[in-house]
Design a protein around this ligand. Structure first.
Ligand SMILES: Cc1cc2nc3c(=O)[nH]c(=O)nc-3n(C[C@H](O)[C@H](O)[C@H](O)COP(=O)(O)OP(=O)(O)OC[C@H]3O[C@@H](n4cnc5c(N)ncnc54)[C@H](O)[C@@H]3O)c2cc1C
Length: 438
């Protein structure tokens, strides 16, 4: 089969899509294939940092990377458009601006907020899934700190997003408050915040949040959210009813909904199998079984580990899946026997990844995490966070050519050794800079 002029379309330039595009571009020479990257925005959003925008510790521009600047000189064509529909039966993607054909499609459209059909939740709260959302929260929180009235900020959902946002907002309020009567509350339906995370880390996170003055209410699913009965709804004041037969009601001047996410709802015709959270069900190669030339990664993708558990919706997994596919796709395109109808990956190893490092941001400059089973906080956690952000950007910009930084995304012994060396080098350079030696 002639492999020339094959077209790979990557939908979404988030953590999964952009990393995949830049890392696969170096293998795909113009004569072997064309890579088209599609996003509704002209920029990549550093979503992991948007809670800091919501709290005014970063500007919107700090967490935007213009896509065209980043991919300059790479074999990637960027189309800024909204994806409207996917037609795997005819290998077509329907964009707002055009209809395009693909040979290989990778869906990386991320997630959206899930409201669990809870009455009033969507109408009466703000979500946090984009830079725009974060800017709206910042506007509201700025007027809250400038008010001398009693104010309460309520975050519904004590997962990573809610907890990070709570820490950041609390720092902002403590630094800028005009009145002492501004409270921050996190409401969690389950018996613990950060469900599924290491218990020692959860304890440390709770300790930090409590020190910041945040109230945490657990085992309390929200039943409904209503506009405040006093009629002061212009300010967004709400009554939040908890599921204890309506006995508990919490008043809120600003309600932020971080209680759940679902796969981004993109129409795929004919329909493909999805989980109840709207994630596309994939095989162990991140591939739709029925359509072997369609893959998906990141928050929209439902890929199971060896124990049958879904990989969590975190950037770390989106990027690892992107790295996995960027190693796999060139093989697929180089295979003379490959056709869209055959199973191109039967000889390849499946996607596998063990999470050994996890970090959570708890404010302007606070991180807690664990590395290889050890809980870390303070300067060490901050250093690891800075290192992983720096490696991410360098790997994106170099399209995986920066071997030392890219080694962070490998899951083999050699990569682990290399990333250890890179971390040591990063730490040393930081130390030199701190002491004005470079
Ligand atoms: C506040 C916050 C903090 C977080 N902190 C962490 C953390 O500390 N660590 C961690 O690992 N993860 C964290 N996450 C989760 C992480 O951001 C996601 O897991 C990650 O972004 C998923 O990557 P993705 O590529 O699947 O989707 P995204 O990064 O969301 O990218 C999806 C892309 O698709 C585009 N898009 C969507 N719909 C369309 C459409 N119809 N047409 C065209 N383009 C479209 C979007 O513009 C976006 O660029 C955090 C998330 C939030 C919100």
């Amino acid at each position: 089969m002639n492999t020339a002029n094959k077209r790979i379309i990557i939908l979404g330039a988030g953590y999964g899509g952009l990393f995949l595009a830049t890392n696969v571009a170096r293998y795909m020479k113009e004569k072997t294939g064309e890579i088209i990257l599609v996003d509704k925005n002209p920029y990549h959003q550093l979503l992991q940092e948007i809670h800091l925008v919501a709290a005014g510790f970063r500007t919107a521009n700090d967490v935007k990377i213009p896509i065209l600047g980043l991919i300059e000189g790479m074999n990637i064509k960027f189309i800024q458009s909204t994806v409207k529909q996917i037609r795997p039966d005819t290998n077509q993607v329907i964009l707002e601006s055009a209809k395009i054909h693909y040979d290989l499609l990778i869906i990386c459209l991320g997630a959206s907020t899930k409201y669990f059909d809870i009455k009033g939740a969507e109408e009466n709260s703000l979500p946090l899934r984009s830079i725009t959302d974060a800017s709206l929260i910042y506007d509201r929180i700025s007027s809250i700190v400038n008010s001398d009235k009693k104010q309460s900020v309520v975050i519904v959902g004590g997962g990573a997003t809610g907890v990070s946002l709570g820490g950041a907002l609390s720092d902002f309020i403590n630094e800028n408050r005009k009145s002492d009567s501004i409270s921050v509350t996190i409401i969690e339906a389950l018996p613990t915040i950060l469900s599924g995370w290491d218990k020692r880390l959860v304890m440390k996170v709770e300790e930090v949040l409590l020190e910041k003055g945040i109230r945490i209410i657990k085992r309390s699913p929200v039943a409904k959210v209503e506009k405040n009965a006093d009629g002061s709804d212009d300010d967004g004041n709400n009554d939040i009813f908890l599921s204890d037969e309506g006995k508990s009601k919490i008043q809120s001047s600003l309600t932020i909904w971080t209680a759940g996410i679902k796969g981004y709802n993109i129409p795929i015709n004919p329909e493909v199998e999805k989980t109840k959270d709207g994630k596309i069900i994939l095989n162990e190669f991140c591939q739709i079984d029925r359509y072997p030339n369609v893959f998906s990664i990141g928050d929209i993708a439902a890929v199971r580990d060896d124990t049958g558990k879904l990989y969590p919706p975190i950037a770390q997994i989106a990027v690892r899946e992107a790295k996995y596919l960027s190693d796999l796709i060139p093989k697929h395109f180089g295979n003379e026997d490959t056709s869209a109808a055959s199973h191109p990956l039967s000889v390849d190893k499946k996607f596998e990844y063990t999470i050994n490092v996890q970090l959570i941001s708890l404010g302007n400059d606070d991180y807690v995490g664990f590395i290889n089973n050890h809980v870390i906080s303070g300067n060490l956690a901050k250093l690891v966070e800075e290192f992983s952000q720096s490696a991410y950007i360098k790997t994106l910009k170099s399209g995986g050519r920066d071997v030392l930084n890219t080694s962070l995304y490998g899951d083999d012994t050699f990569s682990h050794i290399l990333s250890g060396i890179t971390f040591a080098q990063f730490t040393f350079v930081k130390w030199l800079k701190k002491h004005s030696l470079v």
